[in-house]
Design a protein around this ligand. Structure first.
Ligand SMILES: Cc1cc2nc3c(=O)[nH]c(=O)nc-3n(C[C@H](O)[C@H](O)[C@H](O)COP(=O)(O)O)c2cc1C
Length: 395
């Protein structure tokens, strides 16, 4: 989604300014055009040359620099921005923006832009917790500025606390959300399950499956981008959860069942993309099962069926299930939709090329209640996630 987008990146004068170089590099790798504006203080920490080389664009520092073309630089940058991001944002810059001060290139350009603006503060904990800074942040949030919250960490000043710049990958997620114009889930609460469950056999071994969590995480990320308040109930997954989602980590199907049966209550849309183990060991051994010549017999029993249980209590919530099959895809998916009382089932065949576990793409057929089928072509899991949620939002 960030390919060919114009990102104006404001860099302020703090130790974390060097991390903005990494942000620039990662945004470029995603195909975005990056235009950097540095404050005068920022140039004390990192040279504009670094950003000029990484962004392959001129770096603006002074409002009164001679522009290359006959245009007013702060206005042309303000107009060009699809998303405006300030990372790191100093207490000083947050204060200036909150008070409408436009006395340097960065604050003047922010004032002139209509683009969505993401602010990633970084500062000493006492500065961050200062009520003046907090009041400024609250004011800007109310005005629609999005904050990529600072992390708790050991800070450059040697203390430990809140104030470290949000992880660069997470800042990119917030930029991705800001770039998304489809906000049909604004005000909605969405629960997504993802990843694989693990069923212990003994303290060292477990039954699981090949789910990477990519599809479910893509849905959670798309839901965040579409403006929803997202809870992600995740089993084992190989990737980082999307920034801003409330993540509840679980291990077994039983754990996921318990969390879902509590969490569904205040949700509007529930998407069950996790690969939940159907079976578990009937008895778990308290100690490691020893190898003693004869292969052990492990008796299995069924796990609770989360989708079916949610189908029984869902009332007017929208319930979306997933169904991975190796044969009779549509027929089995339709049966599942009926049996589980879901509103929509997203079916995919494990044996289709570019679909299934661990891939970045998927080929999904959406089946709606009533039997209408919507076959999606092979596409990235990110794109498929948007298609699924756009349909779910209409139900
Ligand atoms: C070594 C050093 C580190 C600093 N780190 C921060 C910081 O992380 N966050 C912050 O808000 N200010 C920090 N400051 C203070 C700012 O540089 C100062 O408030 C400056 O006026 C900010 O200018 P700007 O907002 O135009 O970039 C630091 C100053 C120094 C000397």
């Amino acid at each position: 989604m960030l390919k060919d987008k114009n990102i104006v990146l404001g860099v302020c004068g703090g130790i974390a300014a060097y991390k903005a170089a990494d942000l620039t590099s990662k945004l470029k790798k995603l195909g975005a055009n990056v235009y950097v504006i540095m404050t005068k203080s920022a140039t004390e920490f990192v040279s504009p040359l670094t950003f000029r080389a990484l962004s392959q664009n001129d770096v603006a520092v002074s409002t009164f620099d001679e522009p290359k073309a006959m245009e007013i630089n702060h206005i042309s940058l303000a107009d060009r921005a699809d998303v405006f991001v300030i990372a790191p944002a100093t207490a000083n810059m947050i204060g200036k923006i909150a008070c409408g001060i436009a006395d340097d290139m960065l604050s003047t350009t922010v004032m002139a832009t209509k683009a969505p603006c993401v602010i990633a503060p970084a500062m000493n904990t006492n500065m961050y917790e200062n009520p003046i800074v907090q009041e400024n942040i609250e004011k800007l949030k109310k005005l629609g500025f999005v904050f990529a919250p600072p992390r708790e960490s050991r800070l450059a000043c040697g203390t430990y606390g809140v104030g470290a710049l949000c992880d660069v990958e997470d800042i990119i997620d917030y930029i991705y959300y800001a770039a998304c114009k489809e906000k049909t889930l604004s005000g909605k609460r969405v629960m997504v399950t993802a990843g694989a469950t693990r069923e212990a056999i003994d303290p060292v071994r477990f039954l699981t499956n090949h789910s990477s969590g990519k599809m479910g995480f893509a849905i959670a990320k798309a839901a965040c981008a579409m403006g929803a308040d997202v809870t992600l109930v995740s089993g084992k997954a190989e990737i980082k959860p999307p920034a801003g989602a409330r993540v509840i980590n679980v291990v077994s199907a039983e754990d996921m069942y318990k969390v879902c049966m509590e969490e569904y209550k205040d949700k509007d849309i529930i998407v069950k993309a996790a690969a939940v183990g159907d079976f578990k060991a009937k008895e778990q051994s308290g100690n490691k099962i020893k190898k003693d010549g004869a292969a052990p017999q492990i008796e299995l029993c069924e796990n609770p069926d989360i989708l079916e249980s949610l189908g029984k209590v869902k009332e007017n919530r929208t319930l979306v299930g997933f169904c991975m099959e190796t044969q009779d895809l549509i027929e089995n998916a339709k049966k599942k939709l009926e049996k589980k009382n879901a509103d929509m089932i997203c079916a995919n065949n494990l044996f289709d090329k570019g679909a299934g576990f661990g891939t970045d793409t998927n080929t999904i057929t959406i089946i709606k209640r009533g039997g209408e089928t919507v076959p999606l072509p092979n596409m990235s899991k990110e794109d498929a996630a948007f298609e699924i949620l756009k349909l779910a939002a209409t139900l």
